[in-house]
Design a protein around this ligand. Sequence first.
Ligand code: FAD
Ligand code: SIN
Length: 538
Amino acid sequence: MKYSKYSTVIIGSGIAGLYAALKIEQQVNLPDGILLITKSKLGESNSRYAQGGMVAVMKENQADSTASHISDTIKAGAGLSEFNTVKYISENSDTVVKDLLKLGVEFDRDENDNLCFTKEAAHSVNRILHSGGDATGKIIEQTLCQKVKENNNIEVYEQTGAIELLVTQNECKGVIVFNDEIEEYETIYSPAIILATGGIGQLYKYTTNPTGATGDGIALAYNAGAVMQDLEFVQFHPTALAIDGEENRFLISEAVRGEGAKLCDGDGAEFMQSYDERKELAPRDIVTRAIFNEMKKNGTDNMYLNAACIDSRQLAKRFPNISKKCLENGIDIAHDFIPVAPAAHYYMGGIKTNLKGETSISGLYAIGETASTGLHGANRLASNSLLECVVCAYSVAKYLKTIELKTPKQINENLKSLIDKYSDEDVILEELDIKTLKKELQDVMWSYAGILRDENSLLTAITKINKIKIEFPRKYKCLNREEYEFKNMLCTALLICYSALRRKESRGAHFRTDYTATKDECTHSIITKKEGALDFVK
Ligand code: FAD
Ligand code: SIN
């Protein structure tokens, strides 16, 4: 096996990973250099698909204030958002947005060259910046990718997945990676490993997330012994485009509802007034359950979004990609109802971190969607994720600047046996039908651990996932990237089910039909592998 060393290794090239790489390279003393590894092409990520925008609490937006943003975030978080985290992220918003502008990110502006702020569900004022109309993620990601490519000090490994963290005595010493193009393993030593591996949407049959969102960071950190937080909280977006046969679903941004579109049935009858006085702009979990309930009541696979009430020129200008995608499917959004249904979208749970990005394992950091900072609580407020990615990337860089990054010099004896499991060339692995196994897992998670859960459904999910595990006899070495991802998916799926089973209440995105009330005594749920009860998960 090849060995190398770097002062810092960032895993993942979404907005969190890319921005962290740029800030760390700019600010931190890196005697052994910096490496960014990513399992696909640079920039392929959930970030690329973000549409609605990014929260920006900016001094020049006089209608807004950090107090108002903090209050909206905490309300949406349903009692689990951490005040200090929310305050920190909100207060740093102005700085990071100005830095993105300096890096060349072009947010949309009005005819007077002022930034355009829009509104999404559960925000009390217009505070969301967008770019390219509905291509915010793509434009930020492309700008940051370009900067990373131009920066000769940032080394990049593409098509390279992190497959095992090297942790001994609660200290992370490095990571084993696998390049799926040349099928080679490499052990990388580093005093600072930053997980920026994104979300978990692919665990579910219907998702807005691209294929790489397989919960790798969650499984890697959990198996390395990190403290994990609130793993039961999966956010389902209410309005994914419901086209038959498409399970990876295109998002119809909440911003379309923000601009005035209405939810209705096939005859145009609106229904949100029966669920919440904020109607279409109620928090995401409420709108999702309302649509889900209407689908069940009507025996249909989708409900509809009517955007025809918005001026057609405004619609085309503000949502060019949504208009185009719908038109490709024969839907003219200026006139036709858009078929929509909920889909797994965002993970509030994750690796517990503080505001410096530190996890419970020394030398291991986590930022972006894979981390649980306490910002989102039980339910994320729209467009807070991109803000969290950027602020936390900025924070980890600021913290690394204050410590000495000493690269471990040699193989730690405690880790040798783990490394050997991957370098052993005598292990013969027979091919498995991962496509079928993955589909089974996604069906189970959607049907039994999805928008509505109860004890019976979660126990059924666990039994079924354990059966799938029997069909997948890999503990360490796998045959290819799909297998490594599937190993992580199984681990993360069980963690979600067990966490959901333990939370005997309903709160935010976690809705138990057998415990519908919210209970004051239920706070954050914490899981570590050391607990023993979950040792079966690996
Ligand atoms: P990601 O962007 O998902 O990046 C993760 C990276 O890690 C990827 O490059 C992936 O390939 C890599 N990776 C994963 N595992 C490994 C591994 N084992 N080894 C190496 N590399 C690995 N949020 C908002 O705030 N506003 C929005 O408007 C918005 N719209 C959205 C629309 C859609 C369709 C989706 C899916 C999400 C949206 N979100 C939005 C959420 C937001 O985009 C994400 O939460 C955020 O971009 C996550 O960024 P990240 O950098 O943490 O992870
Ligand atoms: C959307 O555009 O509806 C997604 C926004 C988000 O997930 O924050």
